[in-house]
Design a protein around this ligand. Sequence first.
Ligand code: SF4
Length: 579
Amino acid sequence: MTLANEKNGYFSEIQINSHCYLMKFSYFCIAKHKKNQLIKPMAKVTFKSYNPNDNLLFPPCLGDYLPKNHNARVVSAIIDRLDISEIESGYKGGGASSYNPRMLLKVIVYAYLNNVYSGRKMERLLVENVAFMWLSGMQRPDFRTINLFRSKRLAGKFDSLFTQVVLLLNEEGFVSLDVQYIDGTKIESAANKYTFVWKGSVEKNKARLETKVRSVLETAEQTLELEGSEPEEELSSEEMARRAEAILDKMDREGISDKKMRKAVEKVKSEKAPKMREYEDKLETLGERNSFSKTDPDATFMRMKEDAMNNGQTKPGYNVQIATENQFITNYGIFWRPTDQGTLIPFLDSFQARYGKQSGEICADSGYGSEQNYEYMFGNGIVPYVKYNMFHAEDKRKRRQNPFLIQNLHYNETDDYFVCPMGQHMEHIGDVTVKSDLGYESTVSRYIARNCSGCPLRGMCYKAAADRRIIEVNHKNNAYRRKAKELLTSERGIYHRGNRPIEPEAVFGDIKFNHGFKRFRLKSNEKVKTEFGLVALAHNIRKYIAINQSNMAKNIKNNAPKRPCLPLAWNLKRFHEAC
Ligand code: SF4
């Protein structure tokens, strides 16, 4: 409707219709409102009574608030089945009563299950969270008690608890312990990244100090006609202090007042000798390592995969090795070596010590495929589905079709010689022994093609300037590699190779990225091992719950005869006992 139209004194048909409709609707609404007023009065709003400080008629049982298949009940049921006498034996007795170690263990394991790794957060949850309150029986240990229990009481004793849980899983058929999928990852230490001590700089500074002090002591001894030590002998901190003391003694006895000499010798005694002692201690802490952290001397500087700055900066950390089966962790170890190769043998030994037997099959990536490791595994009756570094590359067409590569030269085993592409016999000229960083000695055989001058293939064959080609071959390692290749390309080997990426690698991914465990909270080898043990135990329980829940869901879906799943069976019993 427009004003102009109204002024003109007429309305269009649509305008008349809309007027009528609005009037009709207004009358209808007024009538309805009046009718409602007469028939139905407006409903009264009522709120539920709310008084947070109200007293309950009966004291509540906290268990009533937890569902029957709650994860806290599973943790409680599992920990109740463990023998913790080793931890209990660590309590001296006397004084104030201590918190029950089983309760503290349940609280800590349940916290790790829920990605809570901080003692202070655990303390808070013991006040706020019903599951934690139920696990602790309403007791409230503070963060100091929790941290002390985790770092001191569990240190060195947690391994046996983890083993007991894996044996329970073995009993229930979740793991057979006959196969290990092994892999490692680096996890950052709690120490700061700027706390490094490098072996190279310690040795350099120590040598510099030794030269300076030797010169001061020798000058003084020559002046006083005192007998010193042999020049090639290492000048230790004790030797420094002893010789400085002898010089000062003689000066006192004979009344020699050479102020400059006395000052220099006194400085050796009071400053240089303690500094030397410091270097010696650092070298002792370093041992075979190249670095350590001042605030966590067991942590070694290594390159991490997760490099936020992408600048290859090294950080203090530990190399964590795990063995998995059906994605359950069956063994774990903490190592300082950044590479996996040197960790395999001690890791397999720890599996043997843990379970009193060795698994028959090992599956690992090429980082573990060394002569020493193959020798150990074949020698101990283990079937190694372990790759070596050229496993994939050697089958590439470019390599297979290159006649100059050692792997493609014909070898006459009876007479022990190689034949080069021009048909020249390459004679065996001797063996050399090569020692690895781990101290393992390999024998490398050398073969020579004596006359290569004038050979038309010379440019393609080798790059050295001499007119003869020498090759080095490790026959023992090659034999191991051939055996490993046979295993890896067998039906079983292909099955294991397919499984490996979804075994330890998936477990590490889950722990680090889904559950946010990327850095240790504790320091030193023993404590770090306990901490990772807790992470591994929590992972196994989580996996166990997930499998059982999935089985239960399948049972319901398929209308299969109802069979209570394992944690529920345990929990049901516990639940009835508790309530
Ligand atoms: S360069 Fe020497 S070793 Fe190489 S193909 Fe010729 S003769 Fe044989």
